[in-house]
Write a protein of this length. Structure first.
Ligand code: THU
Length: 137
């Protein structure tokens, strides 16, 4: 169970990371905060590219930062995003990010989606049922 203070902190960091977003094409600014097994936190923002397909989402930025530092399993994720960084509705992770998360996270991992007031909560399994998986976990 993730403590409420930790959830609030993850949401605070995810919202703050929208300020780092590089999104000159969509102007849709996204931030993410990922809780590691040892309670350290890695953050990320979306990083767009003139070749649109080379864009990296905030969630994958956070995952890749953490994995490249040696982490292999995560306990929770918070996401915040909106046009020009205005957080109004929840910003659910895209399909590619859901697949990447499924490589390193259990189906019951909570994902918190910031809203103008409060947040929505899902598990990864709710967002990505019937996961494609080649490894025994
Ligand atoms: N984006 C994310 O960073 N995360 C998501 O889960 C949804 C989409 C970014 C990608 C792109 O830079 C912008 O939002 C608009 O699609």
């Amino acid at each position: 169970m993730i403590k409420q203070a930790t959830i609030d902190h993850l949401l605070f960091l995810a919202k703050g990371m929208t300020k780092q977003s590089y999104a000159p094409y969509s102007h849709f600014h996204v931030g993410a905060a990922l809780l590691c097994d040892d309670d350290s936190i890695y953050t990320g923002c979306n990083i767009e590219n003139a070749s649109y397909g080379a864009t990296n989402c905030a969630e994958r930025t956070a995952v890749f930062k953490a994995v490249s530092e040696g982490y292999r399993h995560f306990k929770a994720l918070a996401i915040a995003g909106g046009p020009e960084g205005e957080i109004d509705e929840a910003c659910p992770p895209c399909g590619i990010c859901r697949q990447v998360l499924s490589e390193f996270c259990d189906a019951d991992m909570p994902i918190y989606l910031a809203k103008s007031e409060g947040y929505d909560e899902y598990t990864l399994g709710q967002l990505l049922p019937l996961t494609f998986d080649l490894l025994e976990k």
